[in-house]
Write a protein that binds this ligand. Structure first.
Ligand SMILES: [Zn+2]
Length: 390
């Protein structure tokens, strides 16, 4: 298995090399000087200034989710708020990222579902930073988990203050403010256990990865997940040729009807690996079919990053470059991605809470770097194959 994975990683590197440039635009100028296609990246080739890209901040909340998007027009969207407690640790990290993005307010906070690693940080964040509105999938559906109920109640208390906008989202709807012509748009694919009914425009091809080999559900994965995970509010962001998929913690049983027997989503450029890389999500039928070029996993050192999912991503036919927020202790050296693509290599006192930051442009170019290092950013250019039908 080790040899197989190492071989796969070697193939990944070789395959990516044709469309990958290690940029000379390292910090502090990251994103400020993306070169035009076909040119050698230099600090002087400022053809794509930072504000021309869709910026993404993958914030380390130790195995929860907190992902900040900022459009070229400055509209901000935070997906989830990390954990409660810890003296506001996760809220402080989100505020740090928002300030790094130059924000004075987060326009919308999207709560994928009501598990405590997603909704838990809401009160602490709201106490620290202005928020415009909240988006969610509607009422909590998991009543037998005290932490989930506590998170839901605290969220409802905040909403009842009347200080914030609030909208329940349904599959097929566009997120408020993410629908302007020529700007990034965000479409809801899943909410409260309901999925889009029809394929997205350009999608709908038969998925060859739904067969017995790829589609066989592991014994430890529920056939019908009854937790809030399966209720996750999942979205697809589209901007020109660029497509970014975030399904929260959506589980196998909901992934399958989304991509089998036909792939209703189509292919994506960037996959935010579902559920922190836990093996209850990321069926090969999904990961293989959406065929990401870049995958980013918001795992903690000891939460998520399951060997099986690390293997699914590494073995996907699209050979995505995988970045992780943490070295997964469960994954170990045999399964984690290469150290240069891991924001936090150490557990415990050595955990620096580094972020992964990315900038993407409408032509499908994605630039990724991790904070806390002088490592150069890496630029992933779209393959000519990306012009093929979804
Ligand atoms: Zn989670």
């Amino acid at each position: 298995m080790l040899e197989t994975l190492l071989l796969r990683k070697g193939v990944v590197r070789a395959a990516c090399a044709a469309f990958l440039i290690t940029a000379a635009c390292a910090a502090p100028g990251f994103g400020a000087a993306l070169p035009a296609p076909g040119t050698t990246p230099t600090a002087a080739s400022a053809t794509h200034p930072l504000h021309d890209g869709l910026r993404m901040f993958f914030i380390d909340v130790e195995g929860g989710q907190a992902t900040l998007f900022v459009t070229p027009a400055g509209r901000s969207l935070l997906i989830d708020t990390g954990w409660p407690g810890n003296a506001g640790r996760d809220a402080d990290r989100i505020v740090s990222a928002a300030q790094a993005a130059g924000l004075t307010r987060i326009d919308a906070v999207l709560i994928t579902h009501y598990h405590t690693d997603h909704v838990g940080g809401v009160p602490q964040l709201a106490a620290r930073f202005p928020i415009g509105m909240f988006l969610d999938h509607g009422p909590d559906r998991e009543f037998n988990d005290p932490a989930t109920v506590a998170g839901w109640n605290a969220y409802q208390k905040l909403l009842s203050s009347g200080k914030y906008g609030h909208r329940i989202m349904r599959p097929g709807e566009l997120l408020p403010g993410w629908n302007a012509p020529g700007a990034p748009r965000a479409t809801v694919l899943s909410a409260d256990g309901v999925l889009i009914g029809n394929p997205l425009p350009g999608a709908g091809a038969t998925n060859p990865f739904c067969g017995a080999a790829d589609g066989k559900r592991p014994a430890d994965v529920p056939a019908n997940d009854t937790t809030e995970n399966a209720r996750s509010l999942g979205i697809l962001i589209e901007w020109g040729k660029l497509r970014i998929l975030d399904l929260g913690d959506l589980t196998w049983d909901k992934e399958r009807p989304l991509v089998c027997p036909v792939n209703k989503v189509g292919k994506v450029d960037l996959l935010i690996v579902s559920h922190h890389g836990f093996e209850q999500s990321s069926s090969p039928a999904l990961v293989d079919a959406v065929a990401p070029r870049v995958a980013i996993m918001d795992n903690g050192a000891r939460k998520g990053g399951s060997p099986r999912v690390l293997g699914v991503v590494a073995g996907a036919p699209s050979k995505p470059a995988l970045w992780q927020l943490h070295f997964s202790q469960e994954g170990g050296p045999a399964h984690n991605t290469e150290p240069a693509h891991i924001a936090n290599l150490h557990d415990g006192e050595g955990d620096a809470a580094n972020r992964i930051e990315a900038t993407a442009t409408a032509d499908g170019t994605i630039t990724v770097k991790k904070t806390g290092t002088a490592d150069a950013a890496t630029v992933y250019r779209p393959s000519p194959l990306a012009a093929q039908p979804r």
